[in-house]
Design a protein around this ligand. Structure first.
Ligand code: SAM
Length: 454
């Protein structure tokens, strides 16, 4: 039996792609292994959104050179965003690399591996497709482990954010047909999956480039009808596409979790304009007000970039003020890193010094730590519905799970609860997680798997 080792960098979309990679290669007889030394095929699924993504890839490939020397039959491939961006350059720079496949080409992987095996050629496949069928597996999705599953509903992005590499490495927006998405989720629910996370770079513009397709809010409403599913989440949304219809869906669909990740990036209008985000601070605040007036308990998270070119002290202060005003439940903050091919890298000098970027990042993190802790403390005493995921990272015998509002809860419990939705009384709070006690040992929020319909 041939063994496949996959190393995944980056976002949930890459994790989903790695699952697909394992599935398509499984049909060629490859079984996944955790031991890189025993692998016959090593695939690196890469991300290039931030930081030193390319260097990270080259150094991983450098580390694997010895493995290739020891076992010349070993095949090494690179996929994902860096593969899409670098293409042939990767092969030229890394002589022991065998193949490169881009973000739209997971389905081609078996052919590429076969080419290497048969002719020892070094194939590169980085074509983009507008027809969404490249995202479908003719044999459907393999069984998934656990109670949660990612489901990609679209790829690419048609926004023009000046800092973002995504449109360059994932292409224009392409939405999967809603019927395929519904079929996939229905099959997952029948296997016992309780929660799906709908994935895309800009999920709330789902369907806009597919004539006749339903809207994102309508898709959510169809998913909500799938009987044995308990929870629906989605990420990422763009503020421009937060429509009244989507707000109504969040307010009314019982399975849709009360949580919205809505990246704002900056609180300064001049930075937002240079980022080409397509909204002002005031526009963003109006959207949040509309959302909160219909869904007062919705939990909010966001992304922040500090140190964007030209970000003055006043611009940065405006971001801190926005964080104080909106009191997000959680934020993800990053230091700006110029990405080749992007407009901001071409137009603006990366003029904020590294120490200033670091200091601003730290100030954002400190501020948010206080806000998150205060908000988490407000939950003490409440009974929350928690989907138990597995053992806590703290390795203290506790189980961990998430509330509908996406807060992590560590709870003393038994392993048998993994995959169940249980009521948990919150007894303690930390900045990034809650502590709780099981209210009853029996899962009470579980739906039935029988009588599936959608
Ligand atoms: N679709 C999302 C949006 O609304 O823009 C982008 C998703 S991106 C994969 C995740 C986050 O990475 C972005 O929201 C942004 O905060 C950050 N990011 C993207 N490009 C970046 C860059 N060049 N430098 C620093 N952070 C970046």
């Amino acid at each position: 039996m041939k063994k496949l080792y996959i190393q995944t960098y980056g976002c949930q979309m890459n994790q989903y792609d790695s699952e697909r990679i394992a599935q398509v290669m499984g049909r060629m007889g490859y079984v996944p292994t955790e031991q890189i030394e025993s692998a016959d095929l090593i695939l690196l699924n890469t991300c290039s959104v931030r930081d030193r993504a390319e260097q990270k890839v080259y150094s991983a490939l450098g580390r694997w050179k010895d493995l290739k020397q020891q076992r010349p039959g070993l095949i090494i491939g690179v996929g994902g965003c860096v593969a899409q961006q670098e293409g042939e350059t990767l092969l030229n720079r890394v002589p022991h690399l065998d193949l490169v496949f881009g973000t739209h080409n997971v389905h081609k992987l078996p052919h590429l591996v076969e080419e290497v095996l048969i002719s020892r050629s070094r194939p590169v496949e980085t074509a983009f497709y507008r027809d969404p069928s490249y995202m479908e597996d003719p044999e459907g999705r393999a069984r998934v482990q656990g109670a949660k599953a990612f489901v990609t509903i679209m790829q690419g992005c048609d926004k023009v954010c000046s800092f973002c590499i995504v449109p360059h490495v994932r292409g224009r927006e392409v939405s999967r047909p809603s019927a395929k998405i519904i079929d996939e989720i229905r099959a997952l629910a029948q296997q016992g999956v309780k929660e799906v996370m709908l994935l895309g770079q800009n999920v709330n513009s789902y369907g806009k480039t597919s004539p006749g397709e339903i809207s994102f809010a309508a898709l959510l409403s169809r998913v909500n009808e799938i009987k044995s599913l308990d929870r629906i989440r989605f990420t990422t949304s763009h503020p421009q596409d937060l429509s009244p219809e989507l707000i109504e869906a969040i307010a009314t669909l019982d399975k849709l979790c009360e949580h919205l990740h809505l990246p704002v990036q900056s609180g300064s209008d001049s930075v937002l304009a240079r980022m080409r985000r397509g909204y002002t601070r005031a526009d963003y605040l109006v959207r949040i007000r509309q959302l909160k007036s219909r869904c007062p308990d919705v939990s909010l998270s966001t992304d922040i970039i500090v140190g964007f070119p030209g970000e003055s002290d006043d611009d940065f202060t405006a971001t801190l003020e926005l964080l104080r005003q909106l009191e997000y439940d959680e934020i993800f903050s990053f230091m700006y890193s110029p990405r080749t091919q992007t407009v901001s890298a071409k137009l603006y000098e990366d003029d904020i010094r590294e120490e200033v970027k670091k200091e601003r990042l730290q100030r954002v993190l400190n501020l948010q730590r206080g806000i998150s802790l205060r908000k988490n403390k407000q939950r003490i005493g409440a009974v929350e519905e928690v989907l138990i995921d597995g053992e806590s990272k703290l390795k203290n015998g506790q189980m961990t799970g998430r509330t509908r509002a996406n807060r992590i809860v560590n709870v003393v419990g038994v392993e048998a609860l993994i995959g169940s939705v249980v009521p948990v009384q919150i007894t303690g709070a930390m900045p990034n997680s809650l502590i709780g006690e099981l209210v009853t040992a029996a899962p009470v929020f579980n739906s039935q798997i029988e009588g599936e319909m959608a």
